[in-house]
Design a protein around this ligand. Sequence first.
Ligand code: HEM
Length: 336
Amino acid sequence: MALANKTAAAPSTNWKETLLPDEASLHAEHQLAFEEISKIKDAKYGKGRQLHRKGLLGLHGRFEVLSGLPDYARFGLFAAPATYDAWIRLSNGGMDRAADRKPDIRGFSMKILGLKGPGALGSGDTNCQDFLMIQRAAFGFATSKDFVDFVHSAALGPLSLFKYLFSKFGFLGGFRKLGQIAKALKIPFTGFATEKFYTATPFACGPYAARMRMLPATSTDVNANAQENWSSDFLAHLSKGDLQFEVQLQFYVDEASTPIEDATNEWPEAVAPFITVAVLTVPTQNPDSTEGSQLAADIEAAAFDPWNAFMEHRPLGEVMRARKVVYYQSQLGRKG
Ligand code: HEM
């Protein structure tokens, strides 16, 4: 059915996850690929994250869950109106500590603090709820294997990347794929205060399934030189007053429009409209003060992970299940 003819549908609890037959061993192989990436990149930069290595800012925020939410949203973190402290990490997505102006996927991670409830890993309570967002409504790869093979071959160098792309897509197809990736990366990015950010992948909301996005609510002035230094740009916005972002959810309606397992599909707003559930405030603060730099160091050392979540917000889909294995290993690697 053509999506153009569709209108908003009611959120449904009728979603399901479909596990690949060999998923556990596939995800264990990803761990090996990322261990190799760590060896190469840690030798160059010192220990750090395997992706989103370049942290730009670590800030504190306030996360306010709004009142009057519809019944289908009132689960886990969103069960009742409340205000929580939050940690925020802004990052460039690459494996390298590249110049800010280089095209990249950018990360806006939040950790909502001061919580207690059954955790998504099923091994006890969680004391925080993390949301990791990028500036894309959908992920660029349908499966974790596609992504990990791509990242792994890119880490080994341009020759490996070409070899991988040509063996997977054929000679012309390899060039086409490279062109698509370059084009996607070149979509202009105006700055962390002025862009929308998305989880791009789904998570549970009680018996429902949802994706999140965040709208820049208060800051609309785009700085033409922002790409030279994303951190300075964000702080320039912050120097004018607290920054507020609207936090929104959209809900699974059916497998055709809002698939759980294929992360490359943007969930169309016409069918699954976003509703505002919370407001994130980043108060004016000085990251160069003694407290500010200590906070930034603590945030850089912390683990932001979609599996740091309430069971009621359990990450969903194959890409999310792969992240459970890979992030944990990346966190262990940079601690040691
Ligand atoms: C199979 C797919 C994916 C793999 C293998 C992967 C891998 C990783 C790894 C290894 C890290 C570093 C973790 C750490 O050391 O703390 C990371 C960080 C991150 N990833 Fe992914 N990722 C995947 C999918 C995604 C998706 C779909 C998003 C979309 C929101 C995303 C957003 C982020 C962000 C924002 C960070 C930075 C977290 C921070 O600030 O500490 N990733 N990813």
